[in-house]
Design a protein around this ligand. Sequence first.
Ligand code: NDP
Length: 332
Amino acid sequence: MTKNVKWGLIGASRIAAEWIIPAIKATSGNEVVAVQGGDGPRVAEYARTHAIDRAFTSVDELLATDIDAVYVSNTNEKHAPCAMAALQAGKHVLGEKPMAMTLDQAEAMVALARDKGLVLAINHHLRGMNTHRKLRELVESGALGDLVAVRAMFGVLLPEANRGWRTESAEAGAGVFFDLTVHDADTLQFILGEKFTRVAAITSNNGISTKGIEDGVAIVAQTASGLTVQITESFAVEHANTSLELHGKKASVFAEGVLLQRPGGKLELSVQGERKEIPITHENAYPRVIEAFAAAVRGEGRPLVSGEDGLAALKFAIAARMAAESGRAVSI
Ligand code: NDP
């Protein structure tokens, strides 16, 4: 019998509590044995609540234990330093998005994981959704024909509980670029099967983020093959569903209620304007992330989203931010 992957959590976060701890517990061959958080009493309580044996305030102390892998889900500015420390300590890393705050940091993470022969994966879970997989299949099989236009709308009303550092702290990487753009970039590059090469963007502030931090952006981008893509992202959309549209020479596909944490959404194929629903069996994507990661740790495959994939998503988000700041299109 293969030994369990023993996980240590770096960051006593909501995403870990709501999605990743349950996903690890639901995936055979995996267990959560330790958690680290900055506040002693809070992390002790978190460990009790989630039946985790050991709680630490020090990342180094957590890394000195016999864990095999860490899941890094504290605030964005801590992702790269914590991942680097874990890789240095010989631990496999599943990092949260954005994988880092700068490209130098992200490249260093990818290089260190490669040098050490360790798995580095990023939790862009959206690749694990059956809706997005179906869209990938439709593109790859040629069912849509050559694509001529693509649109994404990732507009949500950011719940009160998710505000705070995400809408206020430039130091922690607040704003839509590090929250939504990285996810859209990874999902679209996965579905389209190619990378973005050029991006332009204009941001807005609609009072959800503090002044000076964007809570909305309109992005126009182009892929290596020349396809143009429009992406709208916002923390302030209250009355609409998220959506993806892929328009090809043979058919269009409209996806609604996608790009989210919970599984769900509806896909419709449109030929000559006649829409027909594509049946989808929805599944939680997070156990899929854990399963693929654990298999990669055992040397039996690759993670759902590798460090290199995370880097490609971050490159797009940083280029989009530069484009917004400069008022010019940026090559990637
Ligand atoms: P949270 O705000 O819940 O947690 C982030 C950190 O903030 C914690 O690790 C903790 O720091 C600190 N913190 C949180 N609550 C408290 C509190 N009450 N008192 C003191 N400190 C607190 O963040 P999220 O779970 O929303 O996001 C965490 C990361 O995960 C982000 O990087 C985000 O981008 C990513 N994310 C990814 C998603 C995905 O689907 N891939 C979805 C949601 C988030 P510490 O542990 O250092 O004490």
